[in-house]
Design a protein. Structure first.
Ligand code: ATP
Ligand code: MG
Ligand code: FE
Length: 337
């Protein structure tokens, strides 16, 4: 079965064609980062309008690259939430209409299920069950995964998500938007012994996350050392070490509590090198294994939506012709496949 995937939940337009036999045939992405940079964050109306401009040209590009024409599409998957409602509506409207026109089934995909299943696109994918760490711009979650759609939330973000914390730290350090990769780059030149930031909520039991307090430490430390260029890198390092350490501690706890030895990491912060190395080392010591998506599939992309949609369509899940999207959508509400 060949499924066209459409991602438009935020500021990336992603299209992909996934074949259940041959795997990923082609994918294409347009990031709106440059367009939103002047505003210091995503402007929802501009995002929606840009998705309108990009989706069909990207779809044509993907089909051409795959050497497949529209009649070769057996199903359409689009992100139906969570995300910006206007942006979601663009992808859902195009996807649902296209499926209607081609007389093929359509399915609305949960964006975080897309992220969660992205590591399964790689060679030698993890078997169920596993623990998933989802760390993206809008979420920090630990999930016990028994199968597709069989998700039990172990821990959640109480305030700023991990990626959001990176972006806000970048803003405070005047590194631009979005700043996760910039903070990570600078942290490599930082002295790890200079400043020490707290590891939030690790001093009590539980698997929830709270990263908003780290902003205060970043701000206060930067205000005290603004005139030193090296301090900026040292702060980036202290911040990144605190986030990575906290994530490692919570992952270890989640693995202990569930008795599982497979960890899957997904979402934009999963691209962070320090986090990847820390988890590799930890899982190696435990005799377990950690699985990541390739770097470009950590952040938003159409491939993960095509893939998750294909699994759901193959299981017989289809949408009515109504176009429905949800700005908020708890992962645990998804039906099992
Ligand atoms: P959500 O998936 O929760 O709706 P989103 O789609 O905006 O949010 P993603 O596309 O998964 O999030 O990831 C983007 C986030 O990842 C941004 O916050 C970005 O700063 C962060 N990020 C990307 N690369 C890195 C990195 N190397 N280190 C740390 N953070 C990073
Ligand atoms: Mg994005
Ligand atoms: Fe995302």
């Amino acid at each position: 079965m060949r499924v066209l995937g459409i991602e438009s939940s935020c500021d990336e337009t992603g299209l992909a064609l996934y074949d259940s036999e041959a795997g990923l045939l082609a994918h294409a992405l347009h990031s709106q980062v440059a367009m939103h940079a002047d505003y210091g964050g995503v402007v929802p109306e501009l995002a929606s309008r840009d998705h309108v401009r990009r989706i069909l040209p990207l779809m044509n590009q993907v089909l051409e690259e795959a050497g497949v024409d529209r009649a070769g599409i057996d199903g359409v998957a689009y992100t139906a939430g969570p995300g910006l409602i206007g942006a979601l509506l663009v992808g859902a409207s195009v996807g649902r209409s296209l499926a209607w026109g081609l007389d093929v089934p359509a399915v609305g995909v949960h964006h975080m299920e897309g992220h969660l299943l992205a590591p399964l696109l790689e060679a030698d994918p993890p078997e169920f069950p596993f623990v998933a760490l989802l760390v993206s711009g809008g979420h920090s979650m630990l999930v016990r995964v028994e199968g597709v759609g069989r998700y039990a939330l172990l821990g959640d973000s109480l305030d700023d998500a991990a990626g959001e914390a990176f972006d806000k730290t970048a803003k405070l350090l005047e590194l631009g938007y979005p700043g996760g990769p910039a903070v990570a780059r600078l942290a490599e030149q930082g002295d790890p012994t200079r400043f020490r930031f707290p590891r939030p909520m690790t001093d009590r039991p539980g698997l929830d996350f709270s990263f908003s307090g780290l902003k205060t430490f970043t701000l206060n430390t930067w205000q005290a050392h603004r005139d030193e260029e090296q301090a900026r890198a040292d702060i980036a390092r202290a911040f990144q070490d605190a986030v990575v350490d906290t994530l490692l501690i919570k992952c270890r706890r989640a693995l202990d509590e569930t008795g599982l030895d497979r960890l899957v990491v997904a979402g934009g912060v999963g691209a962070n090198r320090a986090l990847r190395q820390g988890l590799e080392t930890m899982l190696e010591k435990r005799g377990g294994r950690v699985y990541f998506p390739r770097l470009e599939f950590c952040t938003d992309n159409g491939a993960m939506i095509a893939f998750a949609g294909c699994l759901r369509l193959q299981a017989g899940q289809v949408e009515t012709p109504a176009i429905e999207v949800r700005a908020r959508w708890p992962l645990e509400e998804l039906p099992a496949v």
